[in-house]
Design a protein around this ligand. Structure first.
Ligand SMILES: *[C@@H]1O[C@H](CO)[C@@H](O)[C@H](O)[C@H]1NC(C)=O
Ligand SMILES: *[C@@H]1O[C@H](CO)[C@@H](O)[C@H](O)[C@H]1NC(C)=O
Ligand SMILES: *[C@@H]1O[C@H](CO)[C@@H](O)[C@H](O)[C@H]1NC(C)=O
Ligand SMILES: *[C@@H]1O[C@H](CO)[C@@H](O)[C@H](O)[C@H]1NC(C)=O
Ligand SMILES: *[C@@H]1O[C@H](CO)[C@@H](O)[C@H](O)[C@H]1NC(C)=O
Ligand SMILES: *[C@@H]1O[C@H](CO)[C@@H](O)[C@H](O)[C@H]1NC(C)=O
Ligand SMILES: *[C@@H]1O[C@H](CO)[C@@H](O)[C@H](O)[C@H]1NC(C)=O
Ligand SMILES: *[C@@H]1O[C@H](CO)[C@@H](O)[C@H](O)[C@H]1NC(C)=O
Ligand SMILES: *[C@@H]1O[C@H](CO)[C@@H](O)[C@H](O)[C@H]1NC(C)=O
Ligand SMILES: *[C@@H]1O[C@H](CO)[C@@H](O)[C@H](O)[C@H]1NC(C)=O
Ligand SMILES: *[C@@H]1O[C@H](CO)[C@@H](O)[C@H](O)[C@H]1NC(C)=O
Length: 441
């Protein structure tokens, strides 16, 4: 006996829709196709070749020598490099009426065989801003015209390795960024010695060695020397930088005390001295810095008490003091702690909290104080749930904590769920079809 046709068609239709729905659910795992062509120097020539005559009426041509230089750097020039906005602003030109020149060039994701040529760079001496991202070409000596012209230089995971002397030639820089590229220099001053206009300085993840310079340019607003191998003390002269808004010296080998004049940095907003070997106490003068937003002093050997003035900083969002040698009673109330986005004080063995001021459900990672202001027991975070004193509100709060943590952790993605549903429906359908076929015989 033949199976009746309509139910079979229906089943085939079901099978088809299940398969296609599974396929569309999986689409997120495929690499997204780029929506716009990127001007990366590993170009599939994605630009529709437009002849120079079809350019906008107002644009004058780019200097032919610079077009040649761009081609030698694997940058496609079939489209006018001066037309804005170019992808990622990789090329920006001046507004000259006759022949235009490049003022900004951003090379990224270069092909591995890209090499910089002295002549190409020489014809690019009009550049004010030059940046490399993921571009592992060998650094070469820059023509001095170009070195003097640059006001902004950035090198992120590029150019293999740089020397301090090489960088020091860019004397007119206001912005210097080097990150993820090793820099060899006998101290930071070798690099900065002649950069008298510098405003923002980043040399991070660069294995930079030596000491912090004793004289930094006073107009600096941003200093990030994090994750290097700098050693020695924080020089007191650093506190002369009245315009400094951002200071990150984390993950180095700095020791000694935080200068007592630290509060002279009155513009400071973000500060990290984390993961060094700093000792002594948190200077009281910091109470005079009105705009502090982010304070990270974690993973040092700081001692003394936690200063109360920290709770009077109106804009504070992040306070991390964990893993130090701080002691005494935490001088904060719950409303202050709840106002912060990040508050960490764990890992200070002699620090404790006053139970009549702070509820234990805040889980601060420090012990409760006895009546003498000394920690009663090891920090609650290290204890198991067998805490006879904790009341039921503690438990409910713990439960809430756990769920929020779980949300951040593994939750199977929609793709996986969709895929699973798709597969199981197919399997189910196949079994069903086999059974149906057997029945119908
Ligand atoms: C699949 O792609 C479409 C269109 O790109 C998108 O709207 C949809 O959210 C994607 N599905 C998933 C599960 O990401
Ligand atoms: C370079 O590659 C990265 C990741 O591969 C990508 O996110 C970025 O957009 C690319 N940059 C350019 C300018 O194409
Ligand atoms: C490109 O430059 C313009 C003008 O300077 C700026 O407004 C825009 O944000 C920049 N775009 C990118 C992606 O950097
Ligand atoms: C850069 O600095 C040098 C000397 O330090 C100076 O002669 C030159 O004019 C400056 N160049 C630019 C473009 O500002
Ligand atoms: C810094 O040095 C370490 C080991 O000495 C190395 O693993 C790391 O890749 C270096 N970092 C850079 C940016 O070269
Ligand atoms: C610092 O910057 C101000 C204005 O931004 C400028 O007037 C002053 O000359 C600069 N100081 C130095 C030493 O360059
Ligand atoms: C300081 O630098 C480190 C490492 O580069 C980074 O993880 C941290 O977020 C930075 N801190 C601030 C306050 O910017
Ligand atoms: C804190 O550390 C400094 C420097 O290491 C030391 O001189 C001082 O005695 C310490 N103070 C306390 C209270 O431990
Ligand atoms: C300063 O810190 C705040 C709070 O953590 C953060 O939102 C902001 O991005 C930081 N600013 C800089 C320049 O890193
Ligand atoms: C908490 O402490 C802050 C700063 O010390 C203070 O302004 C505020 O009034 C205190 N709040 C309560 C409820 O005690
Ligand atoms: C805890 O706070 C209460 C009320 O503010 C106060 O009377 C008591 O002295 C504090 N205990 C300690 C050890 O600081």
């Amino acid at each position: 006996m033949k199976p009746p046709l309509p139910p079979l068609f229906f089943l085939l239709f079901l099978l088809f829709t299940t398969v296609t729905s599974a396929a569309t659910t999986v689409n997120a795992t495929k690499p997204a196709t780029p929506k716009t062509p990127t001007l990366s120097p590993t170009p599939p020539p994605t630009y529709s070749p437009t002849s120079p005559t079809t350019k906008g009426p107002t644009s004058s041509p780019l200097d032919p020598k610079q077009i040649e230089a761009l081609q030698s750097l694997d940058i496609p020039t079939t489209r006018d490099p001066c037309v804005q906005p170019s992808p990622h602003n990789a090329t920006v030109c001046d507004n000259s009426k006759t022949v235009r020149h490049l003022i900004s060039l951003h090379l990224s994701n270069c092909s591995s065989d890209l090499s910089l040529s002295f002549n190409a760079l020489k014809s690019l001496s009009s550049l004010r801003s030059l940046s490399f991202t993921n571009c592992h070409a060998s650094p070469i000596r820059f023509p001095s015209d170009l070195s003097l012209s640059l006001t902004s230089f950035s090198c992120i995971q590029s150019l293999r390795r740089l020397s301090g002397v090489w960088l020091s030639r860019f004397v007119n820089l206001t912005d210097l960024t080097v990150s993820g590229t090793p820099v060899s220099a006998r101290g930071v001053y070798v690099i900065l010695g002649n950069m008298h206009k510098l405003k923002t300085l980043t040399i991070s993840h660069a294995n930079l060695t030596g000491f912090l310079p004793r004289h930094l340019h006073l107009n600096l607003t941003h200093v990030d020397l994090s994750d290097n191998k700098l050693k020695g003390k924080i020089p007191t002269s650093l506190t002369l930088l009245e315009d400094l808004e951002f200071l990150n010296l984390s993950s180095n080998g700095l020791n000694g005390e935080i200068p007592t004049e630290f509060g002279d940095l009155i513009s400071l907003r973000n500060l990290s001295l984390a993961s060094n070997s700093l000792s002594g106490s948190i200077p009281d003068s910091m109470s005079t810095i009105p705009g502090l937003v982010h304070v990270d002093l974690s993973n040092n050997h700081l001692n003394g008490t936690v200063p109360k003035f920290l709770s009077e900083l109106k804009g504070l969002k992040v306070l991390n003091l964990e893993n130090n040698g701080l002691h005494g009673v935490l001088p904060f109330n719950a409303s202050f702690i709840k106002r912060l986005a990040v508050f960490k004080v764990g890992g200070n063995d002699n620090l404790c909290y006053n139970h009549s001021v702070l509820p234990s459900k805040l889980k601060l990672g420090v012990a409760r104080c006895d009546k003498h202001g000394l920690p009663m027991s090891p920090p609650p975070s290290k204890e198991s749930s067998a805490d006879s004193e904790s009341d039921s509100s503690d438990y409910s709060d713990d439960a809430a904590d756990d769920t929020t943590n779980k949300e951040k952790h593994h939750r199977p993605s929609k793709v996986v769920i969709g895929f699973a549903i798709g597969i199981s429906s197919i399997v189910f359908l196949i079994i069903f079809l086999i059974l149906l076929a057997k029945w119908c015989r």
